[in-house]
Design a binder for this molecule. Structure first.
Ligand code: BG6
Length: 509
């Protein structure tokens, strides 16, 4: 056996903590919800876990007329309310020294000059090495101006030994053409390897575990194909409505909001071939291949469904319908439920439909990827024995009850041969003592480390739009509102029919 390991090619020792080097993180749109609930707490959690260097600075940029201390207070409150790890005064004090705020607008040269001065001061005060990450937590309509200003004020200049990166949030455009345009704008200033696109599902432990489950084990991959699998169901259900997010959501709809990105990424990870390694380029090659082979079969009337929630009951409370939500037009035809069938035209998956569904105001919050297997080719039992036998399923439970379930038939104790469906469960909570980091912790750390595997590349984004665009065009060509479904139910009739026609039913997760 050859046990020589080339030290230059040996993977980094994963047992050593991955600690970011000195740098400044600039967040545009720092007064938004995402920043308060996810980004600031994630920065603190990283600091608390010792994964940020002493030479770290955080700069907030927004319109508000705030001083540094006002912003620091906002960060402090956000951390106290939303951080995953306990609050420790000494960690906070260390972070606080590097917190700055720049009050300004995207069209103001003066604001960006102030930003440049602030960053330069921080660079020398904190020894950040001139490394800067610009996080655009803003609507894409602002990207062009921000790029122009960063360029004009020399904020993304590459000097020997330092780095500049830009982080953008989904949705990456609203169709293929706009996604290309958005990318053109971002790449006027940044090289492709400097652009980090956040799809926060890829930062979830359970999503990464799909790769571990498939490729670190011998027993799953041999049955992971059309010889054994009858169909795959990918569900992302939320119990919440759109709350205060009408401004963002109403013009977009749920297919653009989460199907184009989160659900199609889940599909790619579930269906792709084994990459030669987990380096970004290898992983992306396999994801791109499978996305390029995926399409919604042409009968969009039969193989897609959309819906909009009407008033109903949720968790014992009466809730309003989508059209009654604040900021939503009374005749809005935006979908809050979307389901599509995707066929993957390759040897592994030919004949195995993948069904994707997502919705607001479903009975509960759950995301899962379920492989449903074919029936055993022969059952040496009577029909009565197997009345309660379903089909085998392997369910990757992404959230909230993180783990994996295997469903199969077992004999009911007794003198008869009666077979009933049972489950075998792996739960993160029961098997590991550490709690999973938040997706944003992992992703922000990876940005600061310049580690790209968990960030979708532009080509993946474009392939995903290619899958979805024809469906969106079809929906918008229909001169009718989406079918209503009562809040707190599993969606509209057309969603159920879509599967029933193929001889399947949606799982009740
Ligand atoms: C976001 C969507 O990407 O994901 C939201 O814009 C959605 O509409 C959210 O609520 C759900 O994220 P998670 O991690 O709670 O499943």
């Amino acid at each position: 056996m050859n046990d020589y390991v080339n030290p230059l090619r040996a993977p980094q020792d994963r047992r050593l903590p991955r600690v970011a080097g000195p740098c400044v993180l600039v967040i545009f749109g720092v007064t938004g919800d995402l920043s308060r609930k996810k980004l600031m707490p994630a920065v603190y959690d990283l600091a608390n876990r010792g994964l940020l260097p002493p030479g770290f600075g955080l700069v907030g940029f927004a319109r508000r007329d705030w001083e540094d201390q006002d912003f620091a207070q906002v960060v402090h409150d956000a951390v106290k309310e939303h951080a995953r790890t306990p609050f420790r005064e000494e960690v906070w004090q260390q972070l606080l020294e590097g917190i700055r705020f720049v009050s300004g607008t995207f069209d103001s040269d003066e604001s960006f000059e102030k930003l440049r001065e602030t960053i330069t001061d921080l660079d020398s005060a904190r020894g950040t090495g001139g490394n800067h990450a610009f996080y655009l937590s803003i609507p894409p309509s602002g990207f062009e101006q921000v790029m122009a200003q960063l360029s004009r004020h020399g904020l993304a200049e590459r000097k020997v030994g330092n780095w500049n990166r830009v982080v953008i949030e989904k949705p990456f455009g609203h169709d293929l053409a706009s996604a290309k345009e958005l990318n053109r704008v971002v790449e006027t200033l940044f090289q492709p390897q400097e652009v980090f696109r956040i799809d926060h599902y890829l930062g979830k432990e359970t999503v990464q575990n799909m790769l571990a489950l498939r490729f670190a084990n011998q027993m799953f991959e041999p049955i992971w194909n059309n010889h054994y699998v009858s169909h795959v169901q990918i569900t992302m259900a939320e119990d919440i409505g759109i709350g205060g997010r009408a401004g963002y959501f109403d013009g977009i709809g749920i297919a653009r909001d989460v199907m184009q990105n989160h659900l199609l990424q889940l599909l790619a990870l579930a269906a792709m071939e084994e990459p030669t390694s987990f380096e970004a380029s290898q992983l992306r090659t396999e994801k791109k291949k499978v996305l390029a082979a995926a399409r919604v079969p042409g009968r969009y009337d039969l193989h897609t469904a959309r819906g909009q929630y009407a008033a109903g009951w949720q968790g014992g409370q009466q809730v309003i319908g989508y059209r009654e939500e604040d900021g939503v037009a009374a005749d809005s035809s935006t979908e809050t439920y979307a389901a599509i069938r995707v066929d993957i035209e390759n040897r592994r998956w030919a004949g195995v439909p993948f069904y994707l569904r997502t919705a607001k105001r479903m009975p509960r919050r759950v995301t899962e990827v379920a492989l449903n297997f074919k029936r055993a080719p022969h059952l040496p039992f009577t029909a009565t024995d197997t009345e309660e036998l379903g089909t085998n399923a392997l369910v990757m439970r992404i959230q909230p009850d993180e783990g994996v379930t295997l469903r199969f038939g077992a004999k009911v104790p007794g003198t008869q041969m009666e077979i009933r469906e049972v489950s075998m469960d792996f739960g993160y909570g029961g098997s590991f003592t550490e709690s999973s980091p938040e997706a944003y912790e992992r992703l922000i750390l990876d940005v600061l480390l310049g580690d790209p595997p968990l960030f979708p590349q532009q080509e993946e984004v474009e392939l995903s739009w290619q899958i979805l665009d024809p469906v969106l065009d079809y929906w918008s060509s229909l001169d009718e509102a989406p079918e209503e479904y009562r809040a707190g139910t599993w969606g509209p009739r057309s969603g159920l029919d879509m599967l029933a026609r193929d001889g399947f039913v949606w799982r009740r997760p």
